[in-house]
Design a protein around this ligand. Structure first.
Ligand code: K1U
Ligand code: ZN
Length: 173
């Protein structure tokens, strides 16, 4: 397994709609394993392929946060939201591609998602709580959308300027 580098906003690769995966190959299984390792290392509760510069519709997540609880690593390929609740939930979201910046985003509290698993089977599940928020945040990544696109333009601009500054500093070493 290999740790992959996480892209930092702004980056054109984070704004592009990702391509469907289709058939699940060993290369896709390796990609999912690398993404899970990279997500746990960050640490994060989710990671979408475009965040490591791979324009494919796959994301990983594990929203088990309780100490001592068994992990639940999930890889979702070609995911589709097939149902969303009318009631909404507000969560202060973060993003591994926008480090140390947070913002309140309102999304459906529960969603049903259909996806292809690593065995190549189409499966579905209803998610709530952080799982629902995370799945929607990650599917946004697959569509080239970031959580800051849900914020007011001024706040979005402020965060983008901070990230431009951070990237300048990182590139100077
Ligand atoms: O997609 C990403 O950038 C990952 C992101 C997912 C996410 C977080 C919060 C709400 C919705 C989606 C993160 O994982 S940010 C880091 C984070 O939230 C976290 C890190 C360690 C422990 C628990 C949470
Ligand atoms: Zn993110």
């Amino acid at each position: 397994m290999t740790l992959r580098q996480i892209l930092i906003h702004p980056d054109p690769r984070l704004k592009k709609k990702a391509d469907p995966v289709g058939t699940v190959t060993d290369d896709i299984r390796t990609l999912a394993a690398d993404m899970l390792e990279t997500m746990y290392d960050a640490p994060g509760v989710g990671l979408a392929a475009p965040q490591i510069g791979v324009s494919k519709r796959i994301f990983v997540m594990d929203c088990i946060k309780e100490e001592g609880a068994d992990p639940r690593p999930m890889a979702l390929i070609d995911p589709v939201v097939t149902w969303a609740s009318d009631d909404l939930n507000t969560y202060e979201e973060g993003c591994l591609s926008i480090p140390e910046q947070y913002g309140e985003v309102k999304r459906p509290a529960e969603v049903e998602v259909e996806w292809t698993n690593l065995d190549g089977d189409r499966v579905s599940e209803r998610f709530d709580g952080l799982w629902a928020t995370c799945a929607q945040h990650e599917i946004d990544h697959l569509d080239g959308k970031l959580f800051i696109d849900h914020l007011k333009p001024l706040r979005r601009q402020m965060i983008t300027r901070k990230m431009q500054k951070l990237k300048r500093e990182l590139s100077r070493g």
